[in-house]
Write a protein that binds this ligand. Structure first.
Ligand code: SAM
Length: 498
């Protein structure tokens, strides 16, 4: 049986696409290799949002050329956004590549590999499924079979793909195509199946996830939704439908929303649906109106502040995280100071920061990339300094409080080092990472447990089970199922240099 391996670069969307590639390849009779070196088919699932990510692919292919030469039947596949962006060009530029497959063509991968195996030539398939959009569905383990592994506690579910925004810095509309939405019936059915198999938290995925509209018109208008507001969508209605139809779901998150669609109906959904945790990631990109205009973000700083303030007022204690680009063409020191002041004004508890990177096919290519690299780096460092101070103060405030943590897996940092052989980690409803000490003898995977916060680390919390949670927990069976590694969504703070 041929063995495959997948290496993933980039965002949650890519992580999700990789999971679907695992499913598609396994269904076609492939087995997962223990390591990339042992694989017969190696897939690189790529990201092209920043140039650095694309360079990573090119150096990885260079490195793998030797791996390929060792055996004639080895196959190298490039998938994801660089595949979509470059298509056939990749085959011409890098002879080690055999198959280039775009995000919408994942189901065709086994067929393309089959053609290659009978002597076919290297091939690129990068066609958007505009007429009949396909949304690949995870195959959760059957809940009826006691020998099958438990589903991961957290899962991604796609609700839409593509992007109709035209942010001047962003390559996504080019690599993912126009917006296409998935029927709400299908979304609910996938979430219900995941929950039946043991999943506790679902993150709805989409490039502008809150622009969602049901293509079959199957959703009633959500309370608070306005027929006249051009920013209104059916996202709040979708959240309400999931909450009502899948009562066993513990937490419902979403990423990435656009501030334009943070309308009163969505704020009301947050106020009324306990399944929505008290944390939202809301990319802002800049705190300067001049830069926001040139980025074509279609909101002002004041509008962003007003909309997020309405959300925080409706859901006391809700925390916000964001994405920010520094060094966009023409960004002055005053523009950057406005960004820093916005970070403090909103009080973000997490932040992904990126140095602006010129991308092909984007409107901003017409603008000179005139902020020197050193200035970009220095602004990014100041941005992280401001964000870490906010996060540090927030985490310290939580020491001594009781929180509910969804246990996602064994602690990656300390592995088996905890008392009793394991140390568990998970997330609070507000997305803080919590490491649970002294619970190694218990089976907490997928449980929502009550913990006392004992210490604040730089980016996370240290915690202990409360007496009540300890009494209610199951002992871990010796030789029983090993917890699967946690599938992470957004970290609370990302120190990425872009
Ligand atoms: N569509 C989503 C959105 O708008 O929030 C996610 C897009 S992207 C995967 C995630 C982040 O990458 C963006 O929010 C932005 O901060 C950053 N990004 C996108 N294009 C960039 C560029 N050309 N240079 C630097 N950062 C960029």
């Amino acid at each position: 049986m041929p063995r495959y391996s997948i290496t993933t670069f980039g965002c949650q969307m890519n992580v999700h696409d990789s999971e679907r590639m695992h499913d598609v390849l396994r269904c076609a009779g492939y087995t997962e290799a223990g390591s990339a070196e042992e694989a017969d088919v190696l897939v690189l699932n790529t990201c092209s949002v920043r140039e650095k990510a694309e360079q990573k692919l090119r150096s990885e292919v260079g490195r793998l050329a030797r791996w390929k030469r060792e055996r004639a039947d080895r196959v190298l596949v490039v998938a994801g956004c660089v595949a979509q962006q470059e298509g056939e060009r990749l085959l011409k530029q890098m002879r080690a590549i055999d198959v280039v497959v775009g995000p919408d063509n994942i189901p065709e991968l086994p067929g393309l590999l089959g053609d290659l195996a009978i002597g076919g030539l290297p091939i690129a398939r990068t066609v958007f499924d505009l007429d009949a959009p396909r949304f690949l569905v995870a195959s959760p383990p059957s809940p009826s079979s006691s020998s099958s592994p438990r589903a991961a506690p957290t899962a991604f579910v796609t609700v839409m793909k593509g992007c109709d925004e035209r942010c001047s810095f962003c390559i996504v509309p080019h690599t993912r195509g126009p917006e296409r939405y998935r029927p709400s019936d299908e979304i609910v059915a996938e979430i219900a199946a995941l929950v039946a198999a043991g999943t506790r938290e679902v993150t709805l995925l989409g490039q502008t996830v809150n622009s969602y509209r049901d293509p079959l018109g199957a959703l009633p208008r959500a309370p608070g939704a306005s027929a006249d507001d051009p920013d209104e969508s059916e996202f709040a209605a979708l959240l309400r439908r999931v909450a009502a139809d899948v009562p066993g779901l513990a937490r419902l998150r979403y990423t990435s929303p656009h501030p334009r669609h943070l309308t009163p109906s969505l704020v009301l959904a947050h106020a009324e649906l306990p399944v929505l945790p008290r944390h939202v990631h809301m990319p802002v990109q800049s705190g300067s109106d001049r830069v926001l205009r040139r980025m074509i973000r279609r909101y002002t700083r004041a509008e962003y502040v007003a909309r997020t303030r309405a959300l925080v007022e409706a859901v006391p204690g809700l925390t916000l995280s964001t994405d920010i680009i520094v060094g966009f063409p023409g960004e002055t020191e005053d523009d950057f100071a406005a960004t820093l002041s916005l970070v403090r004004e909103v009080g973000f508890k997490g932040l992904f920061g990126f140095k602006y990177s010129r991308r092909p096919h984007t409107p901003a290519l017409k603008l000179p990339d005139d902020v020197p690299e050193g200035v970009k780096g220095e602004r990014l460092a100041r941005l992280f300094e401001a964000s870490e101070a906010l996060l540090g103060a927030h985490l310290s405030d939580l020491v001594g409080t009781t929180q509910e943590v969804l246990v996602e897996g064994r602690d990656k940092e300390r592995g088996h080092g905890g008392a009793g052989g394991a140390l568990w980690s998970g997330r609070t409803g507000r997305h803080e990472i919590a490491h649970i000490d002294g619970a190694g003898e218990l089976d907490l995977l997928g449980e929502v447990v009550e913990v006392s916060i004992t210490r604040a680390n730089k980016h996370s919390l240290q915690a202990e089970l409360t007496e009540a949670a300890r009494a209610a927990a199951r002992p871990r069976q010796r030789g029983g199922l090993e917890p699967r590694p946690a599938r992470r969504s957004l970290p609370v703070v990302a120190a990425e240099g872009g």
